[in-house]
Design a protein around this ligand. Structure first.
Ligand code: CTP
Length: 407
């Protein structure tokens, strides 16, 4: 997806072994549609060559404030004024300290100091040894650099090039891309607490077997990501799916519809928006065998009896919080036919302000989808697009309805 189309980024590299990851980061930025101007400190050049970064960005790299290519000899002004953001990745402990002090004796620090702060955000991806990261001087500097208007993207944890294990690794390029993409999204849901259910449920018959469905969880995960990008605090209650947790989202894994019911109704007590995308099993086996159900040789097949699972969305929509209009509930309807009719009826039956309809067999497992929004005013189509694009559009639709809605 061209999430960064039209964006121009200055990618600043400072001295650290994580520079090898900046090559991949640059490639991901370009793939996401951004144009990238790489600027490197002298120390960064010890770890990776400007030739590599030039080839990946498609632009010559700047390393010195004395670069004569700029007619006015002011690369620190010219390069920063064109940028939508300056991204420092990796940003060393030393470079953070230099930012705090407002030093400007090399091109990159000079550019950071000379950038118009109200227009050109500075995003920092620190990278250093765990002791350097934990040192009070670094932590003090990070607080100061944030107070001075920079956005610190955080660090990863794990094995470090020095052989030690702990916090301080640079985030992986894909994680940085996700965070930087999120940074540019409008913060339409700032201050909101969004709860999302996603994926299928698994209703066990015995310790080996169970009943589930084709839901991949992709739509729900995209919604959790989009809500987070829009500035909300997000909890994602996920059935059994193998999808990575979107950055910054709190995930609660569950298996059965009953587990999902408990986790969701608990989390709903503090939520302000609830989006139910999970394909919850309507029924569960009436009995659960502690041991595997065996063939007895008679050729007789087991007779299964079912009981109905509680409707999570209905329960949350009827809660005091939702009835007091402190919780905006959004349902999904996976239908196989007559989408408009079924979606309208389902919205009324569930007593919710917004229902999103889609054709189940056309969306399960796919990366794209088409949605139908049904509210008290009528019906609106969101044409086929990637699930993340649709999720972002849905966040805009929800934000627009929050000030005033009816069931
Ligand atoms: N849902 C839920 N708990 C259930 C069943 C459904 O929270 N036990 C939610 C789904 O997450 C979805 C909405 O209700 O947001 C509609 O789900 P769907 O399966 O399409 O509809 P049902 O209410 O189960 O009705 P039917 O199966 O008859 O179409």
């Amino acid at each position: 997806m061209q999430d960064l189309a039209g964006k121009h980024l200055v990618l600043g590299l400072t001295g650290g072994i994580a520079c090898y990851k900046s090559a991949e980061l640059c490639r991901l930025f370009v793939k996401a549609g951004a144009t990238v101007q790489v600027v490197m400190t002298e120390a960064a050049e010890q770890f990776i060559t400007p030739v590599t970064m030039q080839a990946l960005s498609g632009r010559t790299v700047y390393t010195s404030q004395w670069d004569t290519r700029e007619p006015n000899n002011m690369p620190h002004i010219n390069l920063s004024r064109e940028a939508d953001a300056i991204v420092l990745a990796p940003c060393s402990a030393d470079f953070i300290a230099r930012l705090v002090q407002g030093r400007s004796d090399d091109l990159l620090s000079l550019m950071c100091l000379a950038r118009p702060m109200d227009r050109i955000p500075l995003l920092i991806a620190p990278a250093m040894n765990r002791e350097m990261w934990a040192h009070p001087a670094t932590q003090r500097n990070l607080m100061q650099v944030s107070a001075d208007g920079a956005t610190v993207l955080g660090v990863g944890s794990g094995w470090q090039a020095c052989g030690e294990t702990g916090d301080g690794r640079m985030l992986e390029p894909a994680q940085l891309l996700e965070d930087i993409t999120a940074f540019f999204q409008p913060k339409l849901l700032a201050g909101q607490k969004v709860l999302v259910t996603a994926g299928p449920t698994f209703e066990a018959l015995d310790p080996i077997r169970g009943i589930t469905n084709h839901s991949s969880g992709k739509m729900g995960f995209a919604i959790a990501r989009a809500a987070r990008e829009a500035g909300a605090e997000v909890t994602l209650v996920a059935g059994p799916v193998h999808l990575p947790t979107p950055r910054g989202v709190t995930r609660v894994d569950v298996l059965s519809a009953q587990d999902m019911f408990e986790a969701t109704t608990r989390a709903a007590q503090g939520a302000s928006i609830f989006v139910a995308t999970a394909a919850v099993a309507d029924w569960r086996p009436a009995t659960h065998s502690d041991q595997k159900i065996k063939k007895d040789g008679s050729g007789k097949t087991p007779v299964l009896d079912f009981v109905e699972n509680a409707d999570i969305l209905l329960t949350v929509a009827k809660s005091e919080r939702a009835q007091a209009k402190k919780l905006f509930c959004v349902g999904f309807a996976a239908e196989s036919e007559n989408l408009v009719e079924h979606a309208k009826a389902k919205r009324e039956r569930k007593g919710i302000p917004l229902l999103v309809g889609n054709i189940g067999p056309l969306t399960f497992g796919q990366d794209d989808n088409a949605l139908l929004l049904v509210d008290a005013q009528g019906v609106r189509e969101l044409p086929r697009a990637s699930k993340l694009t649709l999720a972002r559009e849905l966040m805009t639709e929800i934000a627009a309805r929050l000030p005033d809605w009816s069931v």
